[in-house]
Design a protein around this ligand. Structure first.
Ligand code: PPS
Ligand code: ADP
Length: 199
């Protein structure tokens, strides 16, 4: 028997709209996707700090951190990545319901998995940011030494080397971190949020 038949949804007296009104801004998920080393964590944490200084409530969910706790039982097979992204999608949805601008930074290499997350949200609530950077530049940066390990065969199924990355087809925002500065990337995300009345 499916859970839907035996578990009922409990409604709160306070709605997402109530929380947004109290915060003075909308809530949404800004979903950063891109190769390892492309700049997802850097941009998410810079944006969080900028939003904080503007009095906007936000929170970063980051691949490395989530894999230390909630998703510590998952590896990097396509099935585990799918489950990783499914859980983060659900967590992001709770955070958006709580009224936060949620900054989710995951490689999320499979288009279908990202689209499944998008489908959890209404239009305007899911902002996909493609953090675009050539594999050559990511490998040159190699901030954690993982590309070297993947080339040496110490890490299997490494995105961009021995596992696929499917580029977004129609992301809301593309930032090109091998040509744009961090400040330019943040500015273009800020512009999108303002133009769409999210902040
Ligand atoms: N095989 C393999 N492939 C890719 N990445 C690997 C791998 N093994 C470990 N790491 C480290 O895990 C971070 C990616 O975790 P994510 O949860 O974002 O990955 S995914 O969305 O489920 O694909 C990733 O973090 P970022 O470098 O910040 O992207 C790596 O630090
Ligand atoms: N425009 C940019 N945006 C983001 N990061 C950049 C940019 N230009 C250079 N970098 C550098 O690239 C590296 C990206 O690392 P990180 O943010 O950990 O990537 P990811 O989270 O995608 O693995 C950092 O050392 C960062 O300083």
């Amino acid at each position: 028997m499916s859970n839907n038949k035996v578990i009922q949804w409990h409604f709160s007296k306070i709605t997402k709209t109530d929380r947004q009104r109290m915060n003075g801004h909308k809530s949404c998920v800004i979903w950063f996707t891109g190769l390892s080393g492309s700049g997802k964590s850097t941009l998410a944490t810079e944006l969080e700090a900028a939003l904080f200084n503007m009095g906007i409530r936000s929170y970063v969910l980051d691949g490395d951190n989530i894999r230390h706790g909630l998703n510590k039982n998952l590896g990097f097979s396509s099935e585990d990545r799918k489950e990783n992204i499914r859980r983060i999608g659900e967590v992001s949805k709770l955070f958006v319901d709580a009224g936060l601008i949620t900054l989710s930074a995951f490689i999320s290499p499979y288009r279908e998995d990202r689209e499944n997350v998008r489908a959890l949200f209404s239009t305007n609530e899911f902002v996909e940011v493609y953090v675009k950077c050539s594999i050559e530049e990511c490998e040159r940066r190699d901030p954690k030494g993982l590309y070297a390990k993947a080339r040496n065969g110490y890490i299997k199924e490494f995105t961009g080397i021995t596992a696929p990355y499917e580029e977004p087809v129609k992301p809301e925002i593309i930032v090109e971190t091998d040509t744009q500065s961090i400040e330019d990337c943040i500015q273009s995300i800020m512009n999108f949020l303002k133009n769409n009345e999210l902040i």
